[in-house]
Design a protein around this ligand. Sequence first.
Ligand code: ATP
Length: 435
Amino acid sequence: MENLMEKIISLSKRRGFVFPTSEIYGGFSGFYDFGPLGVLLKENIKKEWRKAVVFSHDEIVEIDSAIIQNPKTWKASGHLDGFVVEIRECQKCHRRFRVDHLEDDKCPVCQGNLGQPSFFNEMFETYVGAKKDSSAIAYLRPETAQGIFLNFKNVLNTFPKELPFGIAQIGKAFRNEVSPENFIFRIREFEQMELEYFVEPKKSEEYHQKWIDERFKWYLDIGLKKENLKIFEVPKEDLAHYSKRTVEIHYNYPFLKNFGELEGMANRTDFDLKTHSKFSKVDLSLFEPKSRRRFFPYIIEPSVGIERIFLALLLDAYSEEELNSGEKRVVLKFLPKMAPIKLAVFPLLRNKPALVEKAREVYSLLKDNFLVAWDDNDNIGKRYRRQDEIGTPWCVTIDFETLENGTVTLRDRDTTKQTRHLPQEIIKIVKEKIK
Ligand code: ATP
C-alpha cells in the first residue's frame, strides 16, 4: 500500500495511539508518547506476552528491577567497553551516522565528505547524588536483562527452582541511538520484554530451539501474518561477545529493504553469571543436589521491544476497503483480544430519552466485563467508521426493537453484518472470542 507508514503515523496521532513527544516544543528526536489507545494496545501486548511466557510456565517468575543499577554492572556486562557503534561525521553538515547504516562514502543527507570512523557508546549517562563529578556517573539501563542476572540469587532464595527455570522482566530501556528512525521502530526510550531462561549447559541448544519455535508461534497467535515474519540466523561473525547462537524473528517493515529485527533470541552461554561472579565476588554458580555438581547454568534469552510489536500490529491490521454501499473505510483488523476497545455502544438516536436510557443500561452491563466505548455523536454510519478505524471488533446499537423485546444489534467489524442478541448473550459471545 502506498505511503502506508505515513497513514499509520497520521492515524496514530489522530486517534490517540502515539504522539510525538514534547510536540509543543518542537518534539524531541527518538522519543514518543503513547496516547489513550496506545496505552491499551501496549497493555494487551504485555498481557499476551505474560500469558505465554510467564503464567503458562510453572518454572518462570517475573521481577521488576531498577532502571539505574550500580554502575559496576555495566563494566561487568561489557556495556561500558563494548556497547558502542562505529560512526562517521559529515564534514559539511556535521551529522553523524552509523557506519553499518551507510550505503556509500558520501553523507546521505547533504552528500558531503565523511570523516574518519570513531566509536560512540550508546548508554545514557546521569549523575546520582548531590555531587556531579565522575564518581557519581551512573547509567540508564540499555536492556532489562542485567537486572535479572543481578537478582539471580535473590530469586533462587525466594523461589527455589530446579533447572530449567526462568526469570522474566518487562520494563523501560534507554539507548542513545545515533539516528533514531522510522517512527517507533528505532527510538531512544523503549520498553523491553525479556526472559532469561536458565538451563543445563548440555541442554542449551535444545531449549534454545524450543523458545525459537514458541516465540514464532506467539506472533501468529497475536495475529501477525505468517508471510510477514521470517526467521533469521545471525551469522557467526556478527554474534555478540556472549552469544553462542542468536536467531532473530524478522518482520516485513515496509521502510526496510529486507525485513527487520522484531525479536532476538540468544544462547548467552554462562557468560553473564560467570562475569558477574567475577566482578562482584559473589558466587552465582548453582549447586545441583541430584548430580552433586556446582556449575554456571547457560542462559537462553528471548528479548523484544514492545514498540516494534506495536508497529507490526498496526501495519498488519491496517486496511482500506470499499463497502457494498460504495463508502470507503479504514479498518484496523486486530484480533479481538488485541483490540484496545472491545465494544462500542450506541443509542440509535441521541434525542430519544428511552433509547438513551436503555443504551446506558446496556453500556454499564458490558462495561463490567470489557473495555467499552460510548458514542452518541453523528449518525450510526459515522460512528461505525470511527470504531472501524481504531479496530473495535463489535458495535452494539440500541434501537426501537430493543424497547420491545430487549434485543440489541451486534455489528461485526470485519463482515459489517448485524445480528440481534440479548445483552447477556453478547457477554458470552465476546468472552469466547477474546480468550
Ligand atoms: P538493532 O539491531 O535493530 O539495533 P539490537 O540487535 O541492538 O537491535 P537487542 O540488543 O537484541 O537489539 O535488543 C532486543 C530487542 O529490543 C530488539 O529485538 C528490539 O525489539 C528491541 N530494541 C532494541 N533497540 C531498540 C530501539 N532503539 N528502539 C526500539 N526497540 C529496540
